[in-house]
Design a protein around this ligand. Sequence first.
Ligand code: NDP
Ligand code: MG
Length: 400
Amino acid sequence: MAESAPRRLTVLGATGSIGQSTLDVVARHPDRFEVFALSAHRQHEKLLELCLQFSPQYAVMGEEAAADALARALQSAGSRTAVLCGEAALEDIAAAEPVDMVMAAIVGAAGLRPTLAAARAGKKVLLANKEALVLSGQLFMDAVKAGGATLLPIDSEHNAIFQALPANYARSPGAAGVRRVLLTASGGPFRTAALDSLAAVTPEQACAHPNWVMGRKISVDSATMMNKGLEVIEAHWLFGAPADIIEVVVHPQSVIHSMVDYADGSVIAQLGNPDMRTPIAHAMAWPERIDAGVRPLDLFEIARLDFERPDLERFPCLRLAFDALRAGGAGPAVLNAANEEAVAAFLDHRIGFLDIPAVIAACLERSGTQTVDSLDAVFAADACAREWARAEITQRTAYR
Ligand code: NDP
Ligand code: MG
């Protein structure tokens, strides 16, 4: 039993894969956690179920019609959950005074404003929404500092690195004796596929990840390895690690979730079954440890762990992400926005799998090296890159 009052939690993106895993952990520990607010974009029926199960004070929908449908259904079920709608409401439930922690699990740039609001309000921010950090980098880290927020990574790799770093780590690898950050990657569903088969792969094939069940956007990112590219940038900001000390290691079993290599030759790894409830429970309970419902790791069943160098010819997105990080300025924001547009077009059968890196590369070529030192500048770079990407996608669609 936890001794203190339950921590109050807002889950942004409650109907998604991370949102559901988060609520699974909450349900295991009703004495520790209490749901203050839940959000979804369109899936009002799924959010209704969650509201009836967790009785939050607020539920926020992205779309008006979905919000109306949810409000009606909640009312006829006798629920007291109040329904709100839109972006400002997301910021409100992230920054509200009673909230202790915010799970940032909206997918894509859409999660930036509410996640920033939580950071500015000094909440414990559980960050799954890597795109928000990639997009706004320094601004986001400044908001965390200024707001006195606690930022804990949910991405399994970054959560592993966080666990492998010293408790007093202050975003300075040199001072902590860190030589390299080793980011593991499964290689996704196409790690060994014939290169000439990639042009014709379908969204369904791209979303069939060998080790993890995730939302469709991140599943495609894993298939292109842009997910790892975004994670390199995420690691850069979270841990103050320059691009040169971040190394990607393909590890198909997804048992080692990442490692830290120290100056004395020690390499500290975090291992576990590939189940997002582990990093979620770790961050929610931190610095304590709680049951996450994850079965114990059976090393005899796993028997072996393999490692490979990433193949940048097969996975050009990984190279593009390193390029964008090294270019700095608007580079990461352009990379992320172009990727979101390209992945949506691929999922919609408008472009092929290999068009994804081509669209992103074309957008990065057009992006300058101007600094992005305000939120307006971040959103301007994002909007501009989306326009370039859409034009590029239209051109490619015309040739199909
Ligand atoms: P899902 O697609 O499963 O869920 C996304 C959630 O965001 C849903 O609740 C969705 O609502 C909501 N949403 C979608 N678009 C918007 C929008 N424009 N405005 C507000 N809310 C929106 O994604 P995942 O759970 O897989 O991923 C969430 C985040 O976590 C991503 O940033 C991903 O990179 C990261 N992550 C995920 C991992 C995983 O294992 N899944 C692992 C590591 C990181 P609705 O259901 O109504 O559409
Ligand atoms: Mg990850």
